[in-house]
Design a protein around this ligand. Structure first.
Ligand code: GLU
Length: 448
């Protein structure tokens, strides 16, 4: 039988040949493959049963047309996807992204990462992802509603509480989930467990809104503690100003750190006294305005066009929570020079492969996305549990379970990395810990 290194290289080559243009998907697979040699070497059955080639191929992908009518009466057409990647350990679970950049490569990279992230939560959820190239920016509520209704008219054929349970991601929050749920209900009757991230009156979970951001900070806090550090007194930069960023900022401030900057896709605000999170919440969640508006209310803050990672101030902790590939190798070098010793990812794949290398060479504490941002999907799974037992837990109960889950994920990453000879490398720890459970399930289920 071939050795682990050759096997991994052979499968990667095949993935590349099959989808040479899916750059984001290839990047996610490469990051994963670069770390799993020790586990493949230790378990020859994984080669014998060709687990890698099976795990990189989605069980199925749906692509569909979403026609809708805008406020001027024009018929618009968007393209949408649902990738049902892996059901080895539970029903497909993962968010929906509405953003003009969405294509098959993006949903596949997200769906692939979701498999291992969901496994790390310790909860019984498989991996999936979906979305559309619809741009919600500047659309009226009624336009968003008509789009969501058309989208769900098709998607409802493929999902269900024990089959596939979508949720939010970029561009999909409570408003969108509400409209999607309404249309699902109209066609199939009330089934609370078919979507998560629902508004509270229709079976949503308390603390789901906060979960990804809070979870990111709980994970980071554990990572810092182990290194003899903490958020107290540290300067932090959080990119983005969406659902993940907002609640990350809130939690960092509760733990005594100061978030000096956050951003949107046009620019960033710098507020050395600490970002006023209530202003960001109102601007982004209620008024749906640009982050530049912040400075009209807080004149001592400044607004700068461009990427937040271009800022010159010294700071210690970076929490990229905007989107994929926002940090390149060169940016990572610059961050290290500015004093950054810890990076934890609220967004999915915000650091490219070069950036990860820079963190590793410089011994930056690095919490990769699939571990650090798993709090969102973890609380989604808790929402599914509450829907199944027809009860709802208090905010404190959900938040305390979230904290325990994030601590457990950190411990898994740390201990598995050590066990497989990569102490301190939480990318390896996260990938192997997530993979072990999924691959064991796949082996016991036979060749499917
Ligand atoms: N989109 C989120 C993620 O990247 C949450 C998914 C979910 O709650 O199902 O994990």
């Amino acid at each position: 039988m071939e050795n682990a290194t050759d096997y991994i290289a052979k499968v990667y080559k095949k993935v590349e040949q099959r989808d040479p243009n899916q750059v984001e998907f290839l990047q996610a697979v490469k990051e994963f493959f670069d770390t799993i040699e020790p586990v493949i070497a230790r378990h020859p059955k994984l080669i014998e049963e060709n687990i890698l080639e099976r795990i990189v191929e989605p069980e199925r992908i749906f692509q569909f047309r979403v026609p809708w009518t805008d406020d001027q009466g024009n018929v618009q057409v968007n393209r949408a996807f649902r990738v049902q990647f892996s059901s080895a350990i539970g029903p497909y679970k993962g968010g929906l992204r509405f953003h003009p950049s969405v294509n098959q490569s993006i949903v596949k990279f997200l769906g692939f990462e979701q498999i291992f992230k969901n496994s790390l939560t310790g909860l019984p959820i498989g991996g999936g992802k979906g979305g559309s190239d619809f741009n919600p920016k500047g659309k009226s509520d009624f336009e968003v509603m008509r789009f969501c209704q058309s989208f769900m008219t098709e998607l409802q054929k493929y999902i269900g509480p024990d089959v596939d349970v979508p949720a939010g991601d970029i561009g999909v929050g409570g408003r969108e989930i509400g409209y999607l749920f309404g249309q699902y209900k109209k066609l199939n009757g009330f089934g609370a467990g078919v979507l998560t991230g629902k508004p509270i009156p229709m079976g949503g979970s308390l603390a789901r809104t906060e979960a990804t951001g809070y979870g990111l900070v709980y994970f980071t806090d554990e990572m810092l503690k182990d290194a003899g550090k903490s958020f107290a007194g540290e300067k932090v930069v959080v990119s983005g100003s969406g659902n993940v960023a907002i609640y990350a900022i809130e939690k960092v401030h509760q733990l005594g750190g100061t978030v000096i900057a956050c951003s949107d896709s046009n620019g960033y605000i710098l507020d050395l006294d600490g970002i006023k999170v209530d202003t960001v919440k109102r601007l982004k969640e209620v008024e749906r305005k640009r982050i530049s508006e912040y400075v009209t209310e807080h004149p001592t803050a400044t607004y700068v066009e461009g990427s937040v990672w271009e800022l010159e101030e010294e700071f210690q902790i970076a929490l990229p929570s905007a989107t994929q590939n926002e940090i390149s190798g060169a940016t990572a070098e610059k961050l290290v020079k500015q004093g950054v010793y810890a990076v934890a990812e609220g967004a999915n794949m915000p650091s490219d492969l070069d950036a990860i290398k820079v963190y590793q060479t410089n011994k930056v504490l690095y919490g990769p996305a699939k571990a650090a941002n798993a709090g969102g999907v973890a609380v989604s799974a808790l929402e599914m549990s509450q829907n199944s037992i027809r009860l709802s837990w208090t905010f404190e109960e959900v938040d305390s379970r979230l904290k325990d889950i994030m601590t457990d994920i950190y411990v898994q990453c740390r201990d598995v990395a050590k066990e497989y000879g990569a102490e301190g490398d939480f990318v390896t720890g996260a990938n192997i810990a997530g993979f072990l459970k999924v691959s064991e399930a796949m082996l016991s289920q036979g060749v499917l």
